[in-house]
Each structure stands twice: as structure tokens, then as C-alpha cells.
Design a protein around this ligand. Structure first.
Ligand SMILES: NC(=O)C1=CN([C@@H]2O[C@H](COP(=O)(O)OP(=O)(O)OC[C@H]3O[C@@H](n4cnc5c(N)ncnc54)[C@H](OP(=O)(O)O)[C@@H]3O)[C@@H](O)[C@H]2O)C=CC1
Ligand SMILES: O=C1CO[C@H](CO)[C@@H](O)[C@@H]1O
Length: 305
């Protein structure tokens, strides 16, 4: 799995095909998608253009997508995965993740798509589907060659340990919120111990949540004086320092940008090393500040029914 990829959450639908096409031209080889980002068709269009022009071959590109919360029941998993593959115009995902360990009441994707938190009545309804059922259905996707690897997102260590008790195929990747305000050392250590690769999302911390009216109670990481000083010392941007801090910890990153210049510069976050002191200074900003907590996410969710 490439250590730097491109995240597709909030990538504008109208420009998404061009964004993906241009990202491939700029050198991105991993795309991080999901049923609820609402842009898999457009992302697939951009990929198709790059494939048709011979810029890359399918096997050069690593595509991650995710099973949304409303499709956890065994009977829905394969159907919806096939639908997402069809949207992309490909016949397998390199990696497929359970997006959240939260099962919600089924909403027919033919009737309402992209997938989202709310049911038809505007409320969030839980559905009784245990993780072992969903994990088994994910394993069948591997057996049917619809996905090459399976993994988890937004899970804590205790749930991972439980899944390891019964998994035929162990989770290959855990994708979690991780940035200097939420450094997640114990969870990363647990994953290392069990051979699970970790992908950090929201590497720029609050930045991505400002447009949702969240993340205002912590100072910007991109404007932070400690990050700024380290960036100046290396002749890099604060964003590149935040990404390098993660990749130097052995994590993969998936920054998102709707701006081509920022998209290009985010990919150029290697070719320099932070010192031990710099890594420690950045990690020292930790305050367990979590922006994407689905059970406490009022601005994003309506009330659980
Ligand atoms: N598994 C999960 O539950 C989740 C997964 N993700 C995945 O992780 C990806 C990345 O996380 P995301 O939350 O989007 O946030 P990021 O941490 O990638 O931040 C994106 C924000 O930073 C801005 N930005 C991007 N590059 C720069 C730069 N170089 N300098 C200054 N500002 C910059 C973007 O604005 P602009 O676009 O204008 O450049 C946008 O506002 C998502 O796209 C998604 O694929 C994210 C959240 C949850
Ligand atoms: O990945 C994502 C980013 O965070 C959002 C809020 O929890 C999710 O809805 C979305 O799927």
C-alpha cells in the first residue's frame, strides 16, 4: 500500500473526475473512497481516463473503499460492494474497510444514495447486526475476488482483539483519525504488534472540520508556531511537516485537497526527515482532541432515534 494517497471526502462532485485524473498525473497511486462521499462514479471517470490514456495500468493504482453503516447485514454486503465497484468501473477494490463499527438500519441505495447517517425520517436508527456477521461477509468478498484486502476504520483496540479471535482473514489495515492533537500511540502500538497497517485520516486536524462548523476549539495545526518553525527549518510547508510526522511513524496518510497546487505539494512530503526532537515536539501537542466521534457528533448527526 502506498504511504501517501489521496482522500476523496468532500472532493467536489463536479470537479472530482478531473481531480482524480490530475492526481494520477501528479503521481498519486492510492485513492481513499467511500459510499458516503458521493463521488465514486466521478472518481471512477477520472481513473478511466487515466487508464485509457495509458498513464497508468489498473494494477498500478490502489483503491480503497468502505462499507457504509447501513449495509452491515450479511445480505447487503456483497450487493452494495458490487454496486460501488460498478460506480468506479473496476472489478476489484485493493482494500475494503468497515467504515464504522456501527450498524444502522438499511436504507435501499437504489432509493437513496449516497449512503448517509440518517434514515428516511431524518433520524439515525441502529440495527442489530454484530460485527462477526459483517466480518464474515467481508471475508466472502475476498473469496469472491471482489476485494483483495479487508480492514477496519474507526475501531478501538478491544474490538480489534475480539475480531482477531474469529477472523479467517485478519484485518490488514486500520484507518483512524490521527494528527498531532490525537496521536493514538496505544492503538498504533497494538496494530504494529498484530501486523495491521495503520492509515491516518484528517492529518491536518481541525482544518477539514471547519467547514462543518467544528474544530474551532483548538488552534489550527497548519498555523501552529511549533509546526511553522519546523517547516521553516526544513524549507517545507506546515502541511508537508504534518504528513511527514505521520509517515515517519510508519503510518500511511491520505490528505484531501480541492486545490491542485496543494494536492501536488501534499504528495511531496517525503525526501526529508524530522529529527527525534522535532518528532517529539509535534507529538507533544497531543491532547486527545477527537473531531470525528460518531457517538458525539451533533453537528454532523441528528439525534440517534
Ligand atoms: N474513515 C473515516 O471515517 C474517515 C476517513 N477520512 C479520509 O481521510 C481523508 C483526509 O481527511 P480529511 O478529513 O479530508 O482532511 P485532511 O486532513 O486531508 O484536510 C483537508 C483540509 O485541509 C485543506 N488542505 C489540504 N491540503 C492543504 C495544504 N497543503 N495546506 C493547507 N490546507 C490544506 C483542505 O482544503 P482544500 O480542499 O481547499 O485544499 C481541507 O480543508 C478524507 O478525504 C477521507 O478519504 C476522513 C475522515 C473520516
Ligand atoms: O469518512 C467520513 C468522514 O467523517 C464523516 C463524519 O463522521 C463521515 O460521515 C464520513 O464517512
Amino acid at each position: 500500500m502506498p504511504s501517501v494517497g489521496f482522500g476523496l471526502w468532500k472532493v467536489d462532485k463536479e470537479t472530482c473526475a478531473d481531480t482524480v485524473y490530475n492526481a494520477i498525473k501528479a503521481g498519486y497511486r492510492l485513492f481513499d473512497a467511500a459510499a458516503d462521499y458521493g463521488n465514486e462514479k466521478q472518481a471512477g471517470e477520472g481513473l478511466r481516463r487515466a487508464l485509457q490514456e495509458g498513464i497508468v495500468k489498473r494494477e498500478d493504482i490502489f483503491i480503497t473503499s468502505k462499507l457504509w453503516n447501513t449495509f452491515h447485514a450479511q445480505e447487503h454486503v456483497k450487493k452494495v460492494t458490487r454496486m460501488q465497484l460498478e460506480h468506479w468501473g473496476i472489478d476489484y477494490f485493493d482494500l475494503f474497510l468497515i467504515h464504522f463499527p456501527i450498524s444502522l438500519k438499511y436504507v435501499d441505495p437504489n432509493h437513496r444514495y449516497p449512503a448517509e447517517w440518517m434514515g428516511d425520517d431524518g433520524k439515525v436508527h441502529l440495527e442489530k447486526v454484530p460485527m462477526h456477521e459483517t466480518w464474515k461477509a467481508m471475508e466472502e468478498l475476498v473469496d469472491d475476488s471482489l476485494v483483495k484486502n479487508i480492514g477496519l476504520s474507526n475501531c478501538q483496540g478491544s474490538l480489534i482483539l475480539d475480531i482477531l479471535q474469529y477472523a479467517k482473514y485478519e484485518p490488514q489495515v486500520l484507518q483512524i483519525e490521527l494528527h498531532p492533537y490525537l496521536t493514538q500511540e496505544p492503538l498504533v502500538d497494538l496494530c504494529k504488534r498484530w501486523g495491521i497497517a495503520v492509515t491516518a485520516y484528517s492529518s491536518f486536524g481541525p482544518q477539514s472540520y471547519l467547514e462543518l462548523g467544528m474544530g474551532k476549539t483548538a488552534p489550527s495545526l497548519l498555523d501552529h508556531s511549533i509546526i511553522g518553525a519546523i517547516a521553516s527549518a526544513h524549507g517545507k510547508t506546515p502541511a508537508q511537516v504534518l504528513l511527514r510526522w505521520a509517515t515517519q511513524r510508519g503510518l500511511a496518510v491520505i490528505p484531501k485537497s480541492n486545490d491542485h497546487g496543494r494536492l501536488v505539494s501534499n504528495l511531496q512530503c517525503d525526501g526529508f526527515d524530522l529529527t527525534e526532537q522535532e518528532l517529539a515536539a509535534i507529538s507533544g501537542l497531543n491532547m486527545n482532541y477527537r473531531l470525528n466521534d460518531p457517538v458525539n457528533i451533533e453537528p454532523l448527526l441528528s439525534i440517534f432515534a
